[in-house]
Design a protein around this ligand. Structure first.
Ligand code: ADP
Ligand code: MG
Length: 521
Protein backbone atom coordinates (compact mmCIF):
# COMPACT_ATOMS: atom_id res chain seq x y z
CA UNK A 1 0.00 0.00 0.00
CA UNK A 2 1.29 3.36 -0.86
CA UNK A 3 0.70 6.30 1.38
CA UNK A 4 -1.29 9.20 0.12
CA UNK A 5 0.89 12.03 1.38
CA UNK A 6 3.92 10.76 -0.51
CA UNK A 7 1.79 10.94 -3.64
CA UNK A 8 0.65 14.46 -3.01
CA UNK A 9 2.91 16.87 -4.75
CA UNK A 10 4.47 19.18 -2.22
CA UNK A 11 5.05 22.68 -3.34
CA UNK A 12 7.11 23.64 -0.34
CA UNK A 13 10.26 22.04 1.01
CA UNK A 14 9.81 19.80 4.04
CA UNK A 15 12.70 19.26 6.46
CA UNK A 16 14.09 15.73 6.76
CA UNK A 17 12.66 15.49 10.25
CA UNK A 18 9.21 16.47 9.04
CA UNK A 19 9.35 13.96 6.19
CA UNK A 20 10.53 11.26 8.56
CA UNK A 21 7.84 11.98 11.19
CA UNK A 22 5.06 12.02 8.61
CA UNK A 23 6.30 8.78 7.06
CA UNK A 24 6.22 7.15 10.50
CA UNK A 25 2.67 8.38 11.09
CA UNK A 26 1.60 7.27 7.66
CA UNK A 27 2.92 3.81 8.41
CA UNK A 28 0.85 3.65 11.59
CA UNK A 29 -2.33 4.87 9.89
CA UNK A 30 -2.09 2.94 6.65
CA UNK A 31 -4.08 -0.26 6.49
CA UNK A 32 -2.70 -2.74 3.99
CA UNK A 33 -4.92 -5.10 2.05
CA UNK A 34 -3.61 -7.95 4.21
CA UNK A 35 -4.59 -6.09 7.39
CA UNK A 36 -8.05 -5.35 6.03
CA UNK A 37 -8.42 -9.00 5.09
CA UNK A 38 -7.44 -10.07 8.61
CA UNK A 39 -9.93 -7.61 10.15
CA UNK A 40 -12.67 -8.88 7.83
CA UNK A 41 -12.24 -12.46 9.04
CA UNK A 42 -12.27 -11.32 12.65
CA UNK A 43 -15.44 -9.31 11.96
CA UNK A 44 -17.10 -12.35 10.35
CA UNK A 45 -16.13 -14.54 13.34
CA UNK A 46 -17.60 -11.98 15.73
CA UNK A 47 -20.81 -11.79 13.69
CA UNK A 48 -21.08 -15.58 13.88
CA UNK A 49 -20.53 -15.76 17.64
CA UNK A 50 -22.84 -12.79 18.22
CA UNK A 51 -25.60 -14.59 16.32
CA UNK A 52 -24.94 -17.68 18.44
CA UNK A 53 -25.41 -15.60 21.58
CA UNK A 54 -21.82 -16.12 22.65
CA UNK A 55 -21.19 -12.66 23.99
CA UNK A 56 -17.97 -13.68 25.70
CA UNK A 57 -16.20 -14.13 22.39
CA UNK A 58 -18.06 -11.45 20.48
CA UNK A 59 -18.24 -7.72 20.85
CA UNK A 60 -21.00 -7.58 18.24
CA UNK A 61 -24.44 -7.66 19.88
CA UNK A 62 -26.19 -8.83 16.65
CA UNK A 63 -29.63 -7.79 17.94
CA UNK A 64 -32.68 -9.34 16.23
CA UNK A 65 -35.02 -6.45 15.41
CA UNK A 66 -38.22 -8.40 14.75
CA UNK A 67 -38.48 -6.55 11.47
CA UNK A 68 -39.20 -9.57 9.31
CA UNK A 69 -39.83 -8.00 5.96
CA UNK A 70 -38.65 -5.27 3.65
CA UNK A 71 -40.71 -2.92 1.53
CA UNK A 72 -40.40 -3.22 -2.24
CA UNK A 73 -41.75 0.20 -3.14
CA UNK A 74 -45.33 -0.86 -3.94
CA UNK A 75 -46.69 -0.23 -0.45
CA UNK A 76 -49.23 2.52 0.01
CA UNK A 77 -50.68 4.40 2.94
CA UNK A 78 -49.90 7.15 5.41
CA UNK A 79 -48.07 6.61 8.64
CA UNK A 80 -46.79 8.78 11.43
CA UNK A 81 -43.12 8.63 12.31
CA UNK A 82 -41.27 9.84 15.34
CA UNK A 83 -37.54 10.38 15.57
CA UNK A 84 -35.88 10.87 18.93
CA UNK A 85 -32.12 10.72 18.99
CA UNK A 86 -30.78 13.98 20.29
CA UNK A 87 -31.86 17.49 21.05
CA UNK A 88 -34.70 17.44 18.54
CA UNK A 89 -37.84 15.42 18.42
CA UNK A 90 -39.14 15.11 14.90
CA UNK A 91 -42.73 14.18 14.08
CA UNK A 92 -43.43 13.21 10.46
CA UNK A 93 -46.30 12.15 8.30
CA UNK A 94 -45.08 9.86 5.55
CA UNK A 95 -47.36 9.10 2.62
CA UNK A 96 -46.24 6.12 0.58
CA UNK A 97 -47.45 6.38 -2.98
CA UNK A 98 -46.83 2.85 -4.11
CA UNK A 99 -44.45 3.57 -6.98
CA UNK A 100 -41.19 3.93 -5.01
CA UNK A 101 -42.26 7.49 -4.33
CA UNK A 102 -43.36 9.11 -1.14
CA UNK A 103 -44.20 12.43 0.41
CA UNK A 104 -43.18 13.56 3.82
CA UNK A 105 -44.05 16.43 6.12
CA UNK A 106 -42.30 16.91 9.37
CA UNK A 107 -41.94 19.24 12.27
CA UNK A 108 -39.17 19.46 14.83
CA UNK A 109 -39.77 20.12 18.52
CA UNK A 110 -36.89 21.06 20.76
CA UNK A 111 -36.28 18.75 23.70
CA UNK A 112 -35.16 21.13 26.43
CA UNK A 113 -32.30 20.40 28.81
CA UNK A 114 -34.90 20.11 31.56
CA UNK A 115 -36.82 17.41 29.65
CA UNK A 116 -33.63 15.42 29.02
CA UNK A 117 -33.38 14.91 32.79
CA UNK A 118 -37.05 15.01 33.79
CA UNK A 119 -39.02 11.93 34.82
CA UNK A 120 -39.78 9.76 31.80
CA UNK A 121 -43.53 10.38 32.10
CA UNK A 122 -42.89 14.10 31.63
CA UNK A 123 -40.79 13.46 28.49
CA UNK A 124 -43.42 11.08 27.12
CA UNK A 125 -46.21 13.59 27.82
CA UNK A 126 -44.21 16.17 25.90
CA UNK A 127 -43.88 13.74 22.97
CA UNK A 128 -47.60 12.91 23.03
CA UNK A 129 -48.55 16.58 23.08
CA UNK A 130 -46.12 17.32 20.24
CA UNK A 131 -47.75 14.58 18.16
CA UNK A 132 -51.19 16.02 18.97
CA UNK A 133 -50.05 19.48 17.89
CA UNK A 134 -48.63 18.12 14.65
CA UNK A 135 -51.81 16.19 13.85
CA UNK A 136 -53.94 19.28 14.49
CA UNK A 137 -51.76 21.75 12.61
CA UNK A 138 -51.38 19.44 9.60
CA UNK A 139 -55.13 18.60 9.66
CA UNK A 140 -54.35 14.90 9.71
CA UNK A 141 -57.30 12.64 10.30
CA UNK A 142 -57.85 8.98 9.66
CA UNK A 143 -60.14 10.10 6.78
CA UNK A 144 -57.30 11.53 4.71
CA UNK A 145 -55.06 8.70 5.67
CA UNK A 146 -55.58 5.79 3.32
CA UNK A 147 -55.56 3.48 6.28
CA UNK A 148 -54.74 -0.13 5.62
CA UNK A 149 -56.67 -1.70 8.48
CA UNK A 150 -59.75 0.50 8.15
CA UNK A 151 -59.59 1.59 11.80
CA UNK A 152 -59.53 5.25 12.68
CA UNK A 153 -56.38 5.03 14.75
CA UNK A 154 -53.24 6.47 13.20
CA UNK A 155 -50.32 4.06 13.16
CA UNK A 156 -46.91 5.34 14.26
CA UNK A 157 -43.35 4.08 13.91
CA UNK A 158 -40.76 5.25 16.43
CA UNK A 159 -37.05 5.64 15.64
CA UNK A 160 -35.40 5.62 19.01
CA UNK A 161 -31.62 5.89 18.76
CA UNK A 162 -30.67 4.62 22.18
CA UNK A 163 -29.59 1.10 23.18
CA UNK A 164 -32.66 -1.12 23.43
CA UNK A 165 -33.23 -4.88 23.57
CA UNK A 166 -36.30 -5.81 21.62
CA UNK A 167 -38.69 -8.66 22.31
CA UNK A 168 -41.08 -7.76 19.50
CA UNK A 169 -41.29 -5.17 16.76
CA UNK A 170 -43.39 -3.07 19.16
CA UNK A 171 -41.63 -3.78 22.43
CA UNK A 172 -38.18 -2.81 23.58
CA UNK A 173 -36.52 -2.25 26.91
CA UNK A 174 -34.15 0.66 27.37
CA UNK A 175 -30.73 -0.60 28.48
CA UNK A 176 -29.13 2.77 29.26
CA UNK A 177 -29.38 6.39 28.29
CA UNK A 178 -26.67 8.00 26.12
CA UNK A 179 -26.10 11.40 24.48
CA UNK A 180 -26.92 13.50 27.54
CA UNK A 181 -30.30 11.96 28.43
CA UNK A 182 -30.88 10.68 31.96
CA UNK A 183 -34.67 10.58 32.52
CA UNK A 184 -35.44 8.44 35.58
CA UNK A 185 -38.09 5.75 35.27
CA UNK A 186 -37.10 4.60 31.77
CA UNK A 187 -34.16 2.20 32.03
CA UNK A 188 -35.45 -1.36 32.26
CA UNK A 189 -38.87 -0.39 30.98
CA UNK A 190 -40.63 -0.83 27.66
CA UNK A 191 -40.31 2.37 25.64
CA UNK A 192 -43.31 1.58 23.45
CA UNK A 193 -45.54 1.01 26.44
CA UNK A 194 -44.38 4.24 28.09
CA UNK A 195 -45.20 6.20 24.95
CA UNK A 196 -48.54 4.44 24.38
CA UNK A 197 -49.59 5.23 27.96
CA UNK A 198 -48.72 8.89 27.46
CA UNK A 199 -50.71 8.99 24.20
CA UNK A 200 -53.72 7.46 25.96
CA UNK A 201 -53.35 9.83 28.93
CA UNK A 202 -53.37 12.79 26.56
CA UNK A 203 -56.20 11.43 24.41
CA UNK A 204 -54.16 11.20 21.23
CA UNK A 205 -55.66 8.55 18.97
CA UNK A 206 -52.38 7.06 17.81
CA UNK A 207 -51.11 3.50 18.08
CA UNK A 208 -47.36 2.84 18.43
CA UNK A 209 -46.84 -0.01 15.97
CA UNK A 210 -43.07 -0.28 15.75
CA UNK A 211 -39.85 0.68 17.48
CA UNK A 212 -36.70 0.78 15.34
CA UNK A 213 -33.07 1.69 15.51
CA UNK A 214 -31.82 4.26 12.96
CA UNK A 215 -29.74 1.72 10.99
CA UNK A 216 -32.83 -0.43 10.52
CA UNK A 217 -34.81 2.62 9.45
CA UNK A 218 -32.08 3.47 6.95
CA UNK A 219 -32.22 -0.03 5.45
CA UNK A 220 -36.03 0.09 5.16
CA UNK A 221 -36.14 3.59 3.70
CA UNK A 222 -33.55 2.71 1.05
CA UNK A 223 -35.37 -0.51 0.26
CA UNK A 224 -38.55 1.38 -0.64
CA UNK A 225 -36.70 3.19 -3.41
CA UNK A 226 -34.10 0.57 -4.31
CA UNK A 227 -34.94 -3.12 -4.40
CA UNK A 228 -32.10 -5.45 -3.42
CA UNK A 229 -31.20 -3.36 -0.38
CA UNK A 230 -29.70 -5.74 2.16
CA UNK A 231 -27.61 -3.42 4.32
CA UNK A 232 -28.24 -0.15 6.14
CA UNK A 233 -25.31 1.78 7.59
CA UNK A 234 -24.69 4.97 9.55
CA UNK A 235 -21.52 7.03 9.25
CA UNK A 236 -22.49 10.08 11.27
CA UNK A 237 -21.90 11.01 14.92
CA UNK A 238 -21.42 7.29 15.44
CA UNK A 239 -21.30 4.29 13.14
CA UNK A 240 -23.40 1.14 12.95
CA UNK A 241 -24.89 -1.28 10.48
CA UNK A 242 -27.92 -3.52 10.03
CA UNK A 243 -28.50 -6.26 7.45
CA UNK A 244 -30.88 -8.95 6.36
CA UNK A 245 -30.12 -12.33 7.91
CA UNK A 246 -31.67 -15.75 7.41
CA UNK A 247 -33.75 -16.22 10.56
CA UNK A 248 -32.57 -19.81 11.01
CA UNK A 249 -29.03 -18.48 11.56
CA UNK A 250 -30.11 -16.29 14.49
CA UNK A 251 -29.54 -18.81 17.26
CA UNK A 252 -30.57 -16.34 19.95
CA UNK A 253 -34.20 -16.52 18.78
CA UNK A 254 -36.17 -19.44 20.07
CA UNK A 255 -39.12 -19.76 17.67
CA UNK A 256 -38.44 -17.90 14.48
CA UNK A 257 -41.37 -17.88 12.11
CA UNK A 258 -40.27 -15.58 9.31
CA UNK A 259 -37.59 -16.53 6.77
CA UNK A 260 -35.57 -13.35 7.07
CA UNK A 261 -35.06 -10.74 9.73
CA UNK A 262 -33.11 -7.51 9.97
CA UNK A 263 -30.29 -7.77 12.50
CA UNK A 264 -28.80 -4.69 14.18
CA UNK A 265 -25.08 -5.46 14.31
CA UNK A 266 -24.03 -2.64 16.71
CA UNK A 267 -20.72 -2.73 14.84
CA UNK A 268 -19.33 0.36 16.60
CA UNK A 269 -18.27 -2.04 19.35
CA UNK A 270 -16.27 -4.37 17.06
CA UNK A 271 -13.06 -5.60 18.73
CA UNK A 272 -13.40 -3.42 21.81
CA UNK A 273 -10.41 -5.15 23.40
CA UNK A 274 -8.20 -4.03 20.50
CA UNK A 275 -7.03 -7.54 19.67
CA UNK A 276 -6.95 -6.97 15.91
CA UNK A 277 -7.63 -3.29 15.34
CA UNK A 278 -4.35 -1.48 14.66
CA UNK A 279 -4.91 1.28 17.20
CA UNK A 280 -2.27 3.97 17.54
CA UNK A 281 -1.26 5.89 20.69
CA UNK A 282 -3.50 8.70 19.38
CA UNK A 283 -6.50 6.38 19.39
CA UNK A 284 -5.67 5.10 22.86
CA UNK A 285 -5.42 8.62 24.21
CA UNK A 286 -8.80 9.48 22.74
CA UNK A 287 -10.39 6.32 24.12
CA UNK A 288 -9.02 6.88 27.64
CA UNK A 289 -10.28 10.45 27.71
CA UNK A 290 -13.73 9.61 26.28
CA UNK A 291 -16.88 9.24 28.38
CA UNK A 292 -17.01 5.52 27.54
CA UNK A 293 -13.44 4.17 27.65
CA UNK A 294 -12.89 0.60 26.50
CA UNK A 295 -16.01 0.31 24.37
CA UNK A 296 -16.94 1.36 20.83
CA UNK A 297 -13.25 1.43 19.88
CA UNK A 298 -14.03 0.76 16.21
CA UNK A 299 -16.53 3.64 16.16
CA UNK A 300 -13.83 5.85 17.64
CA UNK A 301 -11.63 5.22 14.57
CA UNK A 302 -14.42 5.96 12.08
CA UNK A 303 -17.14 8.37 13.05
CA UNK A 304 -17.74 12.10 13.06
CA UNK A 305 -17.64 12.51 16.80
CA UNK A 306 -14.01 11.33 16.92
CA UNK A 307 -12.04 11.89 13.70
CA UNK A 308 -11.31 15.51 14.50
CA UNK A 309 -10.05 14.60 17.95
CA UNK A 310 -7.64 11.97 16.57
CA UNK A 311 -6.35 14.60 14.15
CA UNK A 312 -5.97 17.11 16.99
CA UNK A 313 -3.95 14.57 19.00
CA UNK A 314 -1.59 14.05 16.04
CA UNK A 315 -1.18 17.77 15.39
CA UNK A 316 -0.28 18.35 19.06
CA UNK A 317 2.26 15.53 18.87
CA UNK A 318 3.90 17.22 15.87
CA UNK A 319 3.82 20.60 17.60
CA UNK A 320 5.46 19.10 20.68
CA UNK A 321 8.27 17.81 18.46
CA UNK A 322 8.61 21.28 16.93
CA UNK A 323 7.68 19.92 13.52
CA UNK A 324 4.55 22.03 13.07
CA UNK A 325 3.63 25.70 13.58
CA UNK A 326 7.16 26.29 14.86
CA UNK A 327 6.26 24.38 18.02
CA UNK A 328 3.40 26.71 19.00
CA UNK A 329 -0.16 25.62 19.70
CA UNK A 330 -3.23 27.74 20.46
CA UNK A 331 -5.73 27.70 23.28
CA UNK A 332 -8.36 26.34 20.94
CA UNK A 333 -6.17 23.57 19.57
CA UNK A 334 -5.28 22.63 23.15
CA UNK A 335 -8.96 22.18 23.95
CA UNK A 336 -10.39 18.69 24.07
CA UNK A 337 -12.80 18.01 21.11
CA UNK A 338 -12.30 21.52 19.70
CA UNK A 339 -11.10 20.25 16.31
CA UNK A 340 -14.27 19.27 14.47
CA UNK A 341 -14.46 16.57 11.82
CA UNK A 342 -16.07 19.17 9.58
CA UNK A 343 -12.71 21.03 9.55
CA UNK A 344 -11.06 17.93 8.11
CA UNK A 345 -13.61 17.94 5.29
CA UNK A 346 -12.84 21.59 4.60
CA UNK A 347 -9.09 21.01 4.77
CA UNK A 348 -9.20 18.01 2.45
CA UNK A 349 -11.35 19.98 -0.01
CA UNK A 350 -8.59 22.53 -0.48
CA UNK A 351 -6.75 21.51 -3.63
CA UNK A 352 -5.12 24.85 -4.31
CA UNK A 353 -1.34 25.05 -4.70
CA UNK A 354 -0.78 27.47 -1.84
CA UNK A 355 -3.46 26.09 0.50
CA UNK A 356 -4.60 29.57 1.55
CA UNK A 357 -8.12 28.29 2.41
CA UNK A 358 -6.48 25.99 5.00
CA UNK A 359 -4.72 29.02 6.47
CA UNK A 360 -8.12 30.63 6.88
CA UNK A 361 -9.52 27.60 8.73
CA UNK A 362 -6.46 27.49 10.98
CA UNK A 363 -6.90 31.15 11.79
CA UNK A 364 -10.64 31.44 12.13
CA UNK A 365 -11.48 28.10 13.71
CA UNK A 366 -8.33 27.32 15.65
CA UNK A 367 -6.62 30.62 16.37
CA UNK A 368 -3.38 29.55 14.63
CA UNK A 369 -2.20 32.76 12.99
CA UNK A 370 1.33 31.84 12.02
CA UNK A 371 1.57 28.99 9.59
CA UNK A 372 3.76 28.25 6.61
CA UNK A 373 2.91 26.39 3.47
CA UNK A 374 4.77 23.36 4.85
CA UNK A 375 2.58 23.52 7.98
CA UNK A 376 -0.54 23.54 5.83
CA UNK A 377 0.68 20.64 3.73
CA UNK A 378 1.38 18.66 6.89
CA UNK A 379 -2.05 19.43 8.35
CA UNK A 380 -3.66 18.27 5.13
CA UNK A 381 -1.55 15.09 5.03
CA UNK A 382 -2.60 14.26 8.60
CA UNK A 383 -6.30 14.71 7.74
CA UNK A 384 -5.83 12.46 4.71
CA UNK A 385 -4.35 9.67 6.82
CA UNK A 386 -7.08 9.78 9.42
CA UNK A 387 -9.89 10.18 6.87
CA UNK A 388 -8.58 7.45 4.62
CA UNK A 389 -8.21 4.98 7.48
CA UNK A 390 -11.81 5.69 8.55
CA UNK A 391 -13.13 5.03 5.05
CA UNK A 392 -11.12 1.82 4.69
CA UNK A 393 -12.37 0.52 8.05
CA UNK A 394 -15.91 1.40 6.96
CA UNK A 395 -15.31 -0.59 3.78
CA UNK A 396 -14.04 -3.50 5.85
CA UNK A 397 -17.25 -3.71 7.91
CA UNK A 398 -19.37 -3.37 4.77
CA UNK A 399 -17.37 -6.04 2.92
CA UNK A 400 -17.67 -8.40 5.88
CA UNK A 401 -21.44 -8.07 5.86
CA UNK A 402 -21.56 -8.56 2.08
CA UNK A 403 -19.48 -11.70 2.44
CA UNK A 404 -21.67 -12.95 5.24
CA UNK A 405 -24.64 -12.42 3.00
CA UNK A 406 -23.09 -14.27 0.14
CA UNK A 407 -22.23 -17.25 2.25
CA UNK A 408 -23.12 -18.19 5.79
CA UNK A 409 -19.82 -19.98 6.14
CA UNK A 410 -17.89 -17.10 4.67
CA UNK A 411 -16.36 -19.57 2.25
CA UNK A 412 -16.02 -17.01 -0.50
CA UNK A 413 -13.28 -15.36 1.53
CA UNK A 414 -10.15 -14.47 -0.36
CA UNK A 415 -9.78 -12.30 -3.36
CA UNK A 416 -12.58 -12.40 -5.83
CA UNK A 417 -15.76 -14.41 -5.51
CA UNK A 418 -17.63 -16.56 -7.92
CA UNK A 419 -20.03 -14.39 -9.84
CA UNK A 420 -21.91 -17.51 -10.64
CA UNK A 421 -23.29 -19.08 -7.50
CA UNK A 422 -24.31 -22.68 -7.20
CA UNK A 423 -27.76 -23.93 -6.24
CA UNK A 424 -28.34 -23.61 -2.51
CA UNK A 425 -25.79 -20.90 -1.85
CA UNK A 426 -27.05 -18.59 0.84
CA UNK A 427 -27.60 -15.09 -0.40
CA UNK A 428 -29.09 -12.58 2.00
CA UNK A 429 -31.88 -14.76 3.27
CA UNK A 430 -32.88 -16.00 -0.15
CA UNK A 431 -31.62 -19.17 -1.73
CA UNK A 432 -30.70 -19.59 -5.31
CA UNK A 433 -33.26 -21.55 -7.21
CA UNK A 434 -36.13 -20.43 -4.95
CA UNK A 435 -37.86 -17.72 -6.88
CA UNK A 436 -41.55 -18.41 -6.60
CA UNK A 437 -43.48 -15.24 -7.12
CA UNK A 438 -45.49 -15.12 -3.93
CA UNK A 439 -46.52 -11.50 -4.11
CA UNK A 440 -49.20 -10.58 -1.63
CA UNK A 441 -52.07 -8.51 -2.94
CA UNK A 442 -51.41 -5.49 -0.80
CA UNK A 443 -49.10 -4.25 1.86
CA UNK A 444 -45.76 -5.91 2.44
CA UNK A 445 -44.86 -8.23 -0.37
CA UNK A 446 -43.09 -11.51 -0.01
CA UNK A 447 -39.66 -10.74 -1.33
CA UNK A 448 -39.08 -11.90 -4.84
CA UNK A 449 -35.78 -10.10 -5.31
CA UNK A 450 -32.51 -11.48 -4.08
CA UNK A 451 -28.86 -11.01 -4.74
CA UNK A 452 -29.00 -13.69 -7.41
CA UNK A 453 -31.18 -13.76 -10.48
CA UNK A 454 -32.84 -16.80 -12.00
CA UNK A 455 -29.69 -17.85 -13.75
CA UNK A 456 -27.71 -17.82 -10.50
CA UNK A 457 -25.86 -14.63 -11.43
CA UNK A 458 -25.20 -12.05 -8.78
CA UNK A 459 -27.33 -8.93 -8.77
CA UNK A 460 -26.06 -5.67 -7.38
CA UNK A 461 -26.41 -5.39 -3.61
CA UNK A 462 -27.69 -1.99 -2.51
CA UNK A 463 -26.38 -0.47 0.71
CA UNK A 464 -28.41 2.42 2.15
CA UNK A 465 -26.22 4.87 4.03
CA UNK A 466 -27.02 7.82 6.27
CA UNK A 467 -24.66 10.23 8.00
CA UNK A 468 -22.75 13.44 7.47
CA UNK A 469 -19.36 11.74 7.26
CA UNK A 470 -20.40 9.62 4.27
CA UNK A 471 -22.32 12.48 2.71
CA UNK A 472 -19.87 15.32 3.18
CA UNK A 473 -16.35 14.02 3.80
CA UNK A 474 -14.43 14.40 0.51
CA UNK A 475 -13.47 11.13 -1.20
CA UNK A 476 -15.05 9.04 1.56
CA UNK A 477 -17.05 6.99 -0.92
CA UNK A 478 -14.15 6.55 -3.37
CA UNK A 479 -11.88 5.49 -0.53
CA UNK A 480 -14.50 3.01 0.62
CA UNK A 481 -14.64 1.58 -2.88
CA UNK A 482 -10.85 1.17 -2.93
CA UNK A 483 -11.17 -0.95 0.21
CA UNK A 484 -14.19 -2.82 -1.14
CA UNK A 485 -12.30 -3.65 -4.32
CA UNK A 486 -9.39 -5.04 -2.33
CA UNK A 487 -11.75 -7.17 -0.24
CA UNK A 488 -14.41 -8.19 -2.74
CA UNK A 489 -12.43 -8.27 -5.94
CA UNK A 490 -12.14 -6.12 -9.02
CA UNK A 491 -15.85 -6.30 -9.73
CA UNK A 492 -16.80 -4.78 -6.34
CA UNK A 493 -18.51 -1.85 -8.04
CA UNK A 494 -20.75 -4.19 -9.98
CA UNK A 495 -21.56 -6.15 -6.85
CA UNK A 496 -22.16 -3.34 -4.34
CA UNK A 497 -23.83 0.07 -4.72
CA UNK A 498 -23.41 2.57 -1.91
CA UNK A 499 -26.28 5.06 -1.86
CA UNK A 500 -27.48 7.83 0.41
CA UNK A 501 -30.72 6.85 2.11
CA UNK A 502 -32.89 9.90 2.42
CA UNK A 503 -34.50 10.44 5.83
CA UNK A 504 -33.88 6.93 7.08
CA UNK A 505 -35.21 7.67 10.54
CA UNK A 506 -38.50 9.20 9.37
CA UNK A 507 -39.35 7.10 6.35
CA UNK A 508 -37.85 3.98 7.92
CA UNK A 509 -40.01 4.30 11.04
CA UNK A 510 -43.14 4.71 8.90
CA UNK A 511 -42.22 1.61 6.91
CA UNK A 512 -41.59 -0.34 10.11
CA UNK A 513 -45.10 0.65 11.27
CA UNK A 514 -46.48 -0.60 7.96
CA UNK A 515 -44.61 -3.91 8.25
CA UNK A 516 -45.78 -4.31 11.85
CA UNK A 517 -49.44 -3.72 11.05
CA UNK A 518 -49.28 -6.16 8.12
CA UNK A 519 -47.61 -8.94 10.03
CA UNK A 520 -49.15 -8.62 13.44
CA UNK A 521 -52.79 -8.03 12.75
P1 ADP B 1 -26.29 11.99 13.51
O1 ADP B 1 -25.34 10.86 13.27
O2 ADP B 1 -26.18 12.51 14.90
O3 ADP B 1 -27.69 11.65 13.12
P2 ADP B 1 -25.03 13.39 11.30
O4 ADP B 1 -25.19 12.27 10.36
O5 ADP B 1 -25.30 14.75 10.77
O6 ADP B 1 -25.88 13.24 12.60
O7 ADP B 1 -23.52 13.35 11.81
C1 ADP B 1 -23.03 14.32 12.67
C2 ADP B 1 -21.54 14.14 12.76
O8 ADP B 1 -20.96 14.43 11.49
C3 ADP B 1 -20.88 15.03 13.76
O9 ADP B 1 -20.00 14.25 14.54
C4 ADP B 1 -20.09 16.03 12.95
O10 ADP B 1 -18.84 16.28 13.52
C5 ADP B 1 -19.89 15.33 11.63
N1 ADP B 1 -19.94 16.27 10.51
C6 ADP B 1 -20.78 17.31 10.31
N2 ADP B 1 -20.51 17.93 9.17
C7 ADP B 1 -19.48 17.28 8.59
C8 ADP B 1 -18.73 17.43 7.40
N3 ADP B 1 -18.97 18.41 6.55
N4 ADP B 1 -17.74 16.54 7.15
C9 ADP B 1 -17.47 15.56 8.01
N5 ADP B 1 -18.13 15.36 9.16
C10 ADP B 1 -19.11 16.21 9.45
MG1 MG C 1 -28.71 10.47 11.82
Amino acid sequence: MSVSFTHTKHHAKWSDKQTEALAKLAKEFTLSTAQLEHLTSAFLDQMQSGLAGDHKSSDLAMIPTFVAGRPDGHERGSYLALDLGGTNLRVCLITLKGNHELESHSRAFKVSDHLQEAHISELMDFIAISIKEFITSEHISSKIVEHPSGSDTLELGFTFSFPVTQTAIDAGMLLRWTKGFSCPGAVGNDIVQLLQEALNRNEVNVHVAALVNDTVGTLLAHSYKHPNTFIGAIFGTGTNGAYVEATRSIKTMSHPTAKEMIVNIEWGNFDKDKRVLPVTPFDNKLDRESINPGVHVFEKMISGMYLGEITRNILLHLIDHRLLFDGTSSQKLNTHWAFETKFMSQIESDTSATLIPIAQILEQELGIYLNTQVDREIVKAVCQMVGKRAARLSAMATAAVVRRGLSVEGHFAGHGYPLKLSEGDHVFGARTGVHKNETATEGVHERTDSAVDHGGNLQQINVGIDGSVFEHYPHFKERMFEGLTELLGPRAKELVALGIATDGSGVGAALAALIATKHCR
